[in-house]
Design a protein around this ligand. Structure first.
Ligand code: AHR
Length: 551
């Protein structure tokens, strides 16, 4: 039986009873973390540290692709600063080429000599969704008219440079299963076998890319075709039936729900399995997309304290979404063969006014977004038995990005630093942990300025173990109060500890081109008490990693 936080506190720690007996000073800590070393949840799939690249705004041009002749430092046309920084955080799978763009894309446009590649209108050319006037008025540029200079081979090169597996999303709305099969052939057929393998060799890669991860459409309930779940299930079956494998074990990812739409999940699985429960085997992962949006003035660094909490709490909905969809999936998949791929997540603010016009949804994330990164990664880790992949939207220059770049200017956002801090979790075993802390209250206002009282947990996080190292990561959303926390490790003794902390006195702190290092994590020494006891004070408005060495 899983105990809720309150029952755990009362039952396991016996706080109420003990408090009457013990001197007050014994309870100086206001929060507790209990880590159950002997309660493994599952291995944290390194793909939980995946990424997402779409031909949208300036993600590809000029976030990733600057061209071989550019004066910007590059490796075969790819921005060198990006490659160098991304390599350091050992990325999981990178999803490409969309997003909504994928269902309007013909991969065959993006191969061969660049000057011969066709120019097409980009999916996002006419968008009005959170698109500022200046973007709407743009008349040209690669953000509106896709040059196809960056395609499958350039993406494969980029993935090789940074050491990440490729995850390609097939076009289900405007191209048929044959075009998808040809893409499988181009990417995976052994050297000198099919005509597509020879074409690939001409384009620089004799050896196959051996792509395992394939998305079957994207948001098929919306921009990916406006399908009903039953219609999409039929398409999914067709696209995944009888494909040549070329010796590659495919991991197909289905276009899952928009946020809390369990109806989409239930009706899809119901239709999929109408033809027999074996159909489930075709599905490696069920894609879940959730954006928490923005609050207040909808600009990344323009918010008040209530907006701070409001957005953090909206982002925290991820936990319920995972649990709800998992439950529905279990109605059809008793053996739990299908896992969850959260292949789009993040906050979503408006473009910063000082970003160039074509940089759709580009903004410098703040400390608030960093906390959102931390709490999402912690959530995925607490559900390591369910979530095998996660990809923030998107890698660079759009939405919840890890980087911003424009011409020769480049900066790492606070989200990047959270990914760097959380890296030791990748491939480790997630272990059950309970975070106990008073909730923090705030006010939420609707469009009519009507106030509702709300609250969010005071401290939350996750824990994992690899060899003799226990990694604990935690988010303290409280903008005023540090959390003096007693950390109990059940099943081993802590011999040493160190901390790495991302925080600032100003909630709006962020890294800009002018100040790229305004918000970076700092290491802190931590003293472990005799007998292995540990009390640590989590700074207000912070993301923290504790590295514990155990006996
Ligand atoms: O990440 C931006 C867009 O958000 C993606 O293209 C789409 O899948 C989602 O709606």
């Amino acid at each position: 039986m899983k105990l809720g936080r309150r029952e755990f506190l009362a039952g396991s720690l016996g706080v109420g009873a003990l408090a009457m007996l013990a001197p007050r000073s014994a309870f100086a800590a206001d929060s507790k973390i209990e880590i159950m070393l002997n309660e493994p949840i599952g291995t944290i799939n390194p793909d939980v540290y995946g990424h997402f690249v779409e031909h949208l705004g300036a993600v590809v041009y000029d976030g990733i692709w600057v061209g071989e002749k550019s004066k910007i430092r590059n490796y075969e046309g790819i921005r060198a600063d990006l490659v160098d920084a991304l390599k350091k955080i050992k990325p999981g799978v990178i999803r490409y080429p969309g997003g909504c763009f994928a269902d309007q894309y013909d991969w065959r446009d993006g191969i061969g000599p660049r000057e011969k590649r066709p120019t097409r209108v980009n999916f996002w050319a006419d968008t009005t969704y959170k698109a500022p006037q200046n973007y709407q008025k743009l008349e040209g540029g690669p953000q509106k008219y896709e040059s196809n200079y960056f395609g499958t081979d350039e993406f494969a090169r980029f993935c090789k440079m940074v050491g990440a597996p490729m995850y390609l999303a097939a076009n289900l709305r405007t191209r048929d299963a044959r075009v998808f099969q040809e893409w499988l052939d181009y990417c995976n057929s052994p050297a000198n076998t099919t005509s597509w393998s020879k074409e690939r060799a001409k384009n620089g890669s004799v050896d196959p890319y051996k792509v395992e991860y394939w998305g079957i459409g994207n948001e098929s309930w919306g921009c990916g075709g406006d399908f009903l779940p039953e219609e999409y299930a039929t398409e999914f079956r067709r696209f995944t039936a009888w494909n040549p494998t070329y010796g590659v074990k495919y991991k197909f990812i289905g276009s899952g729900p928009n946020g809390g739409d369990t109806n989409w999940t239930r009706r899809f699985f119901s239709k999929l399995t109408e033809k027999g429960s074996g159909q489930i085997n075709k599905l490696y992962g069920w894609g879940l997309h959730y954006y928490s949006g923005s609050t207040g003035k909808q600009i990344a660094n323009d918010f008040d304290v209530n907006d701070w909490y409001d957005l953090i709490q909206r982002s925290d909905r991820m936990e319920t979404l995972i649990e709800d969809h998992w439950q529905v999936m279990g109605e059809f998949d008793r053996d739990r063969r299908v896992k969850i791929c959260v292949d789009e997540w993040g906050a979503w603010h408006w473009q910063d006014p000082d970003m160039p016009d074509g940089w759709l949804y580009a903004y410098a994330s703040t400390l608030r977004d960093a906390l959102i990164s931390g709490l999402n990664l912690d959530t995925f880790q607490r559900h390591a038995d369910k979530v095998v992949m996660a990809n923030p939207a998107q890698l660079i220059n759009t939405i919840h990005s890890l980087f911003i770049a424009a011409e020769d200017k480049f900066a790492m956002t606070p989200n990047y630093h959270v990914f760097e801090m959380y890296m030791p979790h990748a491939g480790a075993t997630a272990i059950r942990s309970e975070f106990i802390s008073d909730r923090v209250g705030f006010s939420r206002f609707d469009a009519q300025k009507k106030e509702t009282k709300a609250s969010i947990w005071g401290l939350n996080g996750s824990a994992s173990i690899k060899d003799k190292t226990v990694t604990v990561t935690a988010v303290n959303p409280d903008h005023l109060n540090a959390k003096e926390t007693e950390i109990n490790l059940r099943g081993a003794k802590i011999v040493s500890a160190e901390a790495r902390v991302l925080t600032s006195n100003d909630l709006h702190t962020r890294n800009t081109f002018a100040q790229p290092n305004a918000l970076v994590p700092k290491n802190e020494a931590v003293t472990v008490g005799t007998g292995g006891s540990l009390v640590y004070k989590f700074a207000p408005a912070s993301v923290t990693r504790l590295t514990l060495q155990i006996a």
